[in-house]
Design a protein. Structure first.
Length: 485
């Protein structure tokens, strides 16, 4: 996801177990975890309508507080007001979308097998399957989306919709916003009649690591760097009671420009690429970090002027420069374009290599540079592209920039990219991940630790619920969704 390596990678967090603490000013972590367990005991029995009411109240409160929240977000993230206003709108939209789907029953996963004495496997009993919430969930906030992937973001929304209580580990990049958001959220939830302490906040690296290790937490949602996510994933798996760890990690989002696409749409392709590359100063997990092109010289010559705004913080700025230098120093890689940034802004950089070089070193297209940079890979045939991708592992998105709908090369590449990506795109760009029922935001490692799930869209609720089958159970004792009309 980014190079803003989580605090969990520090030597202290790797080796120490310190007293449970949620941060310098809050209650102890032990207190927080006891409270979330108590809250879950109450919320697990809540109806979908109850949970929908809580989510709607939370959305309304955040919208009402936008004139307070957005300036704090600006001061801590360097993001412009328009971007943050839109992000907050996205955050409240997804809360309301979950609420609407809960009320309609669209999020239920119900399967009913009536008793059948003539079942070919032998007489079948009445079996009814539904899902129940996992338990208290720990959510690690991300650096690059202070609203949409933070305190009240997608992981929190889907966990609350599932019927779980939530503890959010604040990101150090926007601590004041995190505290203000959770205060606003808790007041709204209390007013709506939600269980006390349904949503809580912890701070500090060791608190996050300790919470992952603690038996009271039953699942983890994480958005961040591959090294940090892998470390926490290993902690979750090493527990005496291993738990699901849903991590969205690193992604280079390869793009393949076909010969027909370049011949028919070159200006559209280069302008779209420039906008996608520099959107949010390249600090989107879906930024097109690798582009296979049939004519690298022509592609570079056709690029419009590009610029990027400030990075989110100094650590990301330094990480961008370091990872860019590391990739540029590899054999077969050259700096093909550099637009110097203004004061406090990063350079926009395009590196260049060949498909042949990638075949020799597949890590070239798997190395994420979190910022406004991309690697152009020149190819002579689609066989070279396929051979170059043979050493690839996984990505959030794969994009084909083709000609018309009958572009055979594009259709071939679409099928190829689907092997590696959670979302494949035709003649559009990967930045901009809408919140919807059909959305898939995840992919094979290292894009995520759970490629069968999504962290965006209503299907995200499935991460925080588990199936239970009820066999020969009296109707009065069944969950409401399993009873006959």
């Amino acid at each position: 996801m980014n190079t803003d390596t989580p605090e969990a990678l520090s030597p202290e967090a790797r080796t120490k177990t310190v007293p449970l603490s949620s941060g310098p000013a809050g209650p102890s972590l032990d207190t927080v975890l006891n409270r979330t367990r108590t809250a879950f005991a109450a919320t697990r029995a809540a109806t979908p309508a109850d949970r929908a009411r809580w989510l709607t109240a939370l959305a309304d409160a955040l919208d009402a507080a936008h004139t307070t929240l957005v300036p704090v977000a600006q001061s801590e993230s360097h993001l412009p007001e328009a971007r943050l206003t839109g992000e907050l709108r996205r955050t409240t939209f997804q809360l309301r979308l979950f609420a609407e789907r809960l009320v309609s029953g669209a999020l239920d996963d119900v399967r009913i097998d009536h008793a059948d004495p003539d079942w070919p496997m032998g007489p079948r009993p009445d079996i009814r399957r539904t899902t129940v919430p996992l338990g208290p969930v720990l959510v690690f906030a991300a650096s690059n989306f202070p609203f949409a992937f933070s305190v009240a973001g997608g992981d929190t929304a889907s966990a609350l919709a599932a019927g779980c209580s939530v503890v959010v580990k604040a990101h150090p990049g926007h601590p004041e916003l995190s505290r203000l958001t959770v205060t606003t959220a808790r007041a709204a939830l209390d007013e709506a009649g939600a269980p006390t302490d349904l949503l809580q906040l912890i701070e500090g690296e060791q608190s996050g690591v300790n919470a992952v290790r603690d038996h009271r937490i039953k699942a983890v949602g994480f958005t961040g760097s591959t090294p940090g996510g892998r470390y926490l994933f290993d902690q979750a798996a090493a527990r005496r009671d291993p738990i699901p760890f849903y991590g969205e990690l690193g992604s280079t989002n390869p793009v393949v420009v076909t010969s027909a696409g370049w011949a028919e749409r070159s200006e559209e392709i280069t302008s779209g690429f420039a906008g996608s590359l520099t959107l949010g100063s390249g600090q989107f997990c879906t930024q097109p970090g690798v582009v296979f092109v049939p004519d690298a010289d022509a592609f570079l010559a056709a690029l419009p002027a590009m610029s990027a705004g400030p990075m989110l913080n100094g650590r990301l700025d330094a990480g961008y420069a370091q990872s860019l230098d590391d990739l540029a120093s590899r054999d077969g890689v050259d700096v093909a374009h550099r637009t110097p940034g203004g004061e406090g802004e990063p350079d926009v950089v395009l590196l260049r290599t060949s498909a042949e070089a990638v075949q020799s070193d597949p890590s070239l297209i798997a190395t994420e540079v979190f910022g406004p940079a991309s690697l152009l890979v020149a190819y002579r045939s689609l066989d070279e592209v396929e051979a170059a991708l043979a050493g690839f592992e996984g990505t959030l998105t794969g994009t084909v920039q083709a000609g018309g709908p009958d572009d055979a090369d594009g259709l071939r590449m679409l099928g190829l990219l689907a092997r590696y990506a959670g979302r494949v795109i035709w003649n559009e760009w990967p930045t901009g991940v809408t919140v919807s029922d059909a959305q898939q935001h995840g992919g094979p490692w290292p894009a995520s630790t759970a490629p069968t799930t999504t962290s965006v869209g209503t299907a995200a609720i499935q991460r925080f619920r588990r199936p239970v089958a009820f066999q020969n159970v009296p109707a009065a004792a069944l969950p409401p969704e399993l009873r006959e009309p």
